[in-house]
Design a protein around this ligand. Structure first.
Ligand SMILES: Cc1ncc(COP(=O)(O)O)c(C=O)c1O
Length: 403
């Protein structure tokens, strides 16, 4: 009889085993069985995708859009996206656009295109963990440069970032508007970083999935249609890959549809990677994406106005709590604030969900520099935010925190 006994425990690769599990999931699991949790922990609105987009998907399904598509997306969607990007950020042709299965997949594809084992990657943190963990799956080494928190909220120390972008760096991963802080990189900083990266041949992957959720403040200022983007500065055929998504600006998180803007010279190789990852985004979802872009301008404009009002509402309500340090961030859909008792933010968030039915994301989920903070997604109506703030207030009072 051959010896069929396993020789060692069947484990995943070391790089995979070393990935950090999601602390937000850990908090959500702690709330399992707690009735009536108010969930502000995930990055999505409590509103369903608008009817005109759902109807377009139904019509596409009814007409039989159930087959594989081209790896890089159906031609009409690529053309529509090229027009959309051109209007926001300057001339862009369909050959620079690829359709992806939402932003996460776009980030993975972008990393797979340029990063390999042993490569040095730099990321600005606190940051949604996927951007830091994805290069690690590929065996890369990720260095982080932390934003600093002060009177103006979260700020980038540009010289520190430039210092970290050494000539042997392969890739800079940036996310602006930023999850979790709401930080928005200034156009001047983008210009300086881009020039530096050009000089050293460093790739930039700019995660701009929140570009439309931008609240350009200032007296009498008209809201800008988009946050400053690397696409405003970079030529389409240089080492810049921009990642975007339908999830946030059209409330399509569950649809898994996004896109990449990248040099045309990458597209054949990108097509191969799409083939081996997902093959394509679903055909009827891609068709609904065309409708989202072509008919969604007013919807997104109203959504951004609602989000701004919700942000201001939440910041006002939280400011009234003793010991809470909160500032209105210029972008995305989160308030990332400090509060007494959050020195161990994971433990605090677990206690909040168990004892108060309040679901927040711990700052430590976004890197060690996020410790002491919690993230609150404000993409919901103000009454729900008020209910959440009441629960937080009750918890702080019961525990004598902040007195
Ligand atoms: C910074 C950032 N990038 C990318 C994504 C990806 O979103 P999706 O995969 O739904 O497009 C998210 C989602 O929360 C995000 O916060």
């Amino acid at each position: 009889m051959p010896d069929l006994a396993p020789r060692a425990t069947p484990d995943a690769r070391d790089a995979v085993r070393a990935l950090r599990p999601s602390q937000i999931r850990e908090v959500a699991n702690a709330g399992f069985g707690v009735p009536d949790v108010l969930p502000f922990w995930f990055g999505e609105s409590d509103r369903v995708t608008p009817p005109f987009i759902r109807d377009a998907a139904s019509a596409a399904l009814a007409s039989g859009a159930t087959f594989y598509t081209h790896n890089l997306g159906i031609a009409p969607l690529r053309a529509t996206l090229a027009r959309y990007v051109s209007e926001l950020h300057g001339p862009t042709s369909a050959e620079h656009v690829a359709v992806t299965s939402a932003g996460v997949n776009a980030l993975m594809l972008a990393a797979q295109l340029v990063v390999g084992a042993g490569d040095r990657v730099v990321a600005v943190t606190p940051l949604w963990p996927n951007l830091v963990e994805i290069p690690k799956i590929l065996g890369a080494h990720v260095e982080t440069v932390s934003l600093v928190y002060g009177a103006q909220g979260w700020q980038l120390e540009l010289e520190r970032l430039l210092g970290a972008l050494t000539p042997d760096t392969k890739l800079l991963m940036l996310n602006s508007p930023n999850n979790p802080t709401g930080w928005v990189m200034t156009r001047d900083d983008q210009r300086t970083v881009l020039e530096h990266c050009r000089r050293h041949g460093i790739w930039v992957v700019a995660d701009e999935v929140y570009e439309r959720l931008y609240y350009a403040d200032g007296a009498g200022q008209q809201a800008a249609l988009s946050a400053p983007s690397f696409l405003d500065l970079a030529a389409r055929d240089e080492r810049v890959i921009c990642v975007n998504s339908f999830s946030k600006a059209w409330l399509m998180t569950g649809w898994r549809l996004g896109w990449i803007v990248a040099p045309a010279s990458l597209m054949d190789d990108l097509g191969k990677l799409v083939e081996y990852n997902t093959s394509c985004a679903p055909a009827f979802v891609q068709q609904a994406g065309i409708t989202a872009i072509e008919q969604g301008a007013a919807f997104t404009r109203d959504l951004v106005a609602d989000l701004r009002a919700s942000r201001d509402h939440l910041v006002r309500a939280l400011s009234a709590l003793r010991g809470v340090d909160v500032k209105a961030p210029p972008g995305a859909m989160y308030v990332f604030f400090a509060l007494p008792g959050a020195a161990h933010s994971l433990e605090l968030c677990k206690a909040l969900v168990r004892e108060a039915g309040l679901g927040l994301a711990p700052g430590s989920a976004f890197g060690p520099e996020g410790e002491g903070f919690v993230r609150w997604c404000y993409a919901c109506d103000p009454a729900r935010l008020d209910a959440g703030v009441e629960r937080l207030k009750g918890y702080l009072e019961r525990h004598g925190i902040g007195r």
